[in-house]
Design a protein around this ligand. Structure first.
Ligand SMILES: Cc1ncc(COP(=O)(O)O)c(C=O)c1O
Length: 377
């Protein structure tokens, strides 16, 4: 028997949202609505499609190592230098590169509980120690407690803003204060995978702070609003010295040719971007109005998903909706046994989901009533 490194026993396999193909095979359903992985239901830019077709003839050749054309374009758009950007096979890869490059055995890494589930295993793999700080009411990061958790053993802090799975943001003033409190030898990772969807005045623009805080990294992705999740392109914005370090660690050809071309072309299509954001807002308003009418509590979302408390077992509603062909994310997997996380879909799919949820809740509430009246009898 060949033994793994001992830390591998401490982590479990990532449990993704159920793939559409799998549910089709299992249930023989024709209509499947995936509202589980915060993908863009409105597709991706036609300019990206064109760029992919054009790039296909280059497939026999390895891609460029630092995605220089994409870096140049993105840098211009964001007002940073191209040598401040590292591209990854999704921003997932940047998380891994950061822990690979910076975490020593025993280093502590502060993060919220509950947040994006890829931080913790990557820290553990490197022999680091995740320090999870309980969230405030309403599913928000407790930045006061997170600052208090930083000590001489701390090497890294993750702030997921907006946060997955709760969809919430941290307010401007608290975040500004927190950034000042993180010591310069601690790496502060601001995960902004849902940046483009956040429209609150309370959402802090972190990029202008990068030059003052050389210990800060901002993560963004083409997987969400740009609709390129299947191609895998994400990036980290950081000090140029840090970029050099990450480039030593990353696989040279980590972002494939089609991904580089599609991401680059996507940056030319503001119309697609704005339309995706507008339709998402419309869907978000519709779902929130429905939740209010159904008297369900929900976390305030600044993203393309909402976490709602159905006051019933999440596992049960998950199964019920699966039978209708609707895939959502049940909260019991994330420590919220009566909540579900639903990705905002196309309007017809939002309606279909709400109809399913209403049917489930009607049934559940009736059964509850019957149990209660039996108890009284
Ligand atoms: C908060 C957050 N960060 C990072 C990612 C990773 O995205 P990707 O690797 O597709 O760029 C996700 C994906 O769901 C996410 O929700």
């Amino acid at each position: 028997m060949v033994h793994t490194r001992p830390q591998i026993d401490k982590i479990s396999m990532y449990s993704p949202g159920k793939p559409v193909e799998e549910l089709k095979r299992e249930k023989g359903l024709s209509r499947i609505v995936k509202m589980a992985s915060n993908e863009n239901p409105f597709g991706y830019s036609p300019l990206a499609a064109e760029a992919i077709r054009a790039e296909m003839k280059e497939i026999p050749l390895y891609p460029e190592v630092t995605s220089p054309l994409l870096a140049e374009k993105l840098a211009n758009k964001l007002g940073v230098s191209p040598n401040q950007i590292v591209f990854g096979n999704g921003s997932d890869e940047i998380i891994r590169l950061l822990t690979r490059t910076y975490i020593n055995e025993g280093d502590e890494v502060v993060m919220a509980r509950v947040t994006f589930p890829r931080y913790k295993p990557n820290v553990i793999i490197e022999g680091g120690v995740p320090v999870e700080v309980k969230m405030l009411e309403g599913g928000r990061h407790d930045l006061t407690e997170m600052a208090a958790a930083i000590n001489e053993k701390t090497k890294m802090v993750f702030v997921c803003n907006p946060n997955n799975p709760t969809g919430t943001i941290v307010d401007k003033a608290s975040l500004k204060e927190f950034i000042q409190q993180v010591p310069s030898h601690v790496l502060l990772v601001m995960d902004e995978a849902y940046y483009e969807y956040a429209d609150s005045d309370e959402y802090l623009e972190t990029l202008p702070l990068l030059h003052q805080h050389k210990n800060m990294v901002v993560l963004r992705t083409f997987s969400k609003v740009y609709g390129l999740a299947g191609l895998r392109v994400g990036y980290g914005l950081m000090d140029a010295e840090m970029v050099k370090a990450l480039h030593k660690v990353k696989e040279p050809f980590n972002v494939n040719r089609l991904a580089q071309a599609a991401a680059s072309a996507s940056l030319d299509d503001d119309e697609f971007l704005h339309e995706s954001i507008r339709l998402n807002q419309q869907g978000r308003e519709y779902l929130i109005q429905q939740f209010k009418e159904m008297k369900l509590d929900y976390f305030k979302s600044q993203t393309n998903f909402i976490m709602v408390d159905i006051a019933a077992p999440a596992e049960e509603v998950y199964e019920f909706l699966l039978n209708l062909g609707v895939i959502i994310r049940p909260g019991h997997l994330m420590g919220y046994p009566t909540m579900i996380r639903v990705t905002i879909g196309e309007q017809k799919d939002n309606h279909y989901f709400i109809d399913g949820l209403k049917a489930y809740l009607e049934n559940y509430r009736m059964n509850e009533k019957e149990v209660k009246s039996d108890e009284h009898a």
